[in-house]
Design a binder for this molecule. Structure first.
Ligand SMILES: [Zn+2]
Length: 298
């Protein structure tokens, strides 16, 4: 398996090279990675996980922070749009391509909100031998958390372990925009962080629960996406991710029953119906197969 550092470098590189398209808002120009979605809510893409943002007269909220190198560009772009103070940063989960830029935003706010498991997961994933100063959540929640900023109400929910053991789903209630973090890699092979508490079966049921709680007008912000499909979309994208995870689980189950070795299992080039997932991307089907195999075998 790739080291974490290698994984993040590849992920960042792949994303930097990908010209993201927004399927829902093609009429809105994407300047320097910024896309406005609705009611002061938008996205910023440069490297790593998709940043969501909210700009109101009373405050700015940032959801995820990418990396130390890209976070200043995000902040500068937000400053061009608003003089409001940074009310808080929310982290969807603990991965470095989502929390790596927290320290940049710490100059402007002391409020960092995340799921209760995020601080320990961040500590556990800290690379040995690095003196890196991480900025951890200062406020955590177990099941739900809600707060009003300006004319928008933010609600955070935890649906149990999925991509990691501490994934928050962030709803901008009035705008009807939901940031699902890395619960959706939009038509791209996902990272299933078994060591970080992932649970692919609960991930499947979480996607169904979230899908059913949204409506056809909801704009969903995905943590990552195939450039052809973009990092925003609708609730139907959750079912594509659900279907992929289900097909992946079925494949591993069938192969184990047939006595196939992990090495043989990993030779699979594509899962039927998910050909779109095969594009130039840092993550692979074989890594997904291995992750689910490890979930089963411990
Ligand atoms: Zn992640």
């Amino acid at each position: 398996m790739r080291s974490r550092r290698t994984f993040l470098r590849h992920l960042g590189g792949a994303l930097a090279a990908a010209p993201f398209l927004s399927s829902l808002a093609p009429q809105l120009a994407q300047v320097d990675g910024f896309t406005a979605l609705r009611n002061g809510v938008g996205t910023f893409t440069q490297r790593g996980g998709t940043i969501g943002w909210l700009v109101t007269d009373d405050g700015i909220v940032v959801v995820d922070t990418q990396y130390p190198k890209s976070a200043p560009d995000c902040w500068n772009g937000l400053r061009e749009r608003s003089d409001s103070p940074l009310a808080m940063v929310i982290n969807t989960h603990h991965h470095g391509d989502h929390v790596g830029g927290n320290g940049v935003f710490a100059q402007y706010t002391d409020r960092f909100v995340g799921h209760a498991n995020v601080p320990d997961l961040m500590r556990a994933s800290a690379e040995e031998g690095t003196k890196e100063q991480k900025t951890y959540p200062t406020e955590t929640f177990q099941d739900t958390w809600s707060e009003t900023v300006g004319d928008e109400t933010l609600t955070l929910r935890y649906r149990g372990p999925a991509h990691t053991g501490g994934d928050a789903i962030i709803a901008f209630e009035n705008a009807n925009v939901v940031h699902v973090g890395d619960l959706v890699f939009n038509r791209a092979y996902p990272f299933i962080d078994v060591g970080g508490g992932a649970d692919s079966k609960n991930w499947i049921s979480s996607l169904e629960t979230i899908h059913d709680a949204l409506d056809d007008d909801t704009i969903v912000i995905h943590g990552h996406g195939n450039p052809e499909f973009g990092v925003t979309g609708g609730r139907e994208d959750l079912l594509v991710m659900r279907n992929f995870l289900e097909a992946l689980n079925e494949y591993v189950t069938q192969q184990r029953q047939a006595g196939t070795s992990l090495q043989e299992m990993k030779q699979k080039e594509v899962l039927e119906g998910f050909e779109a997932f095969n594009f130039d991307w840092a993550l692979s089907l074989s890594a997904c197969i291995e992750a689910v195999y490890r979930e089963r075998t411990g």
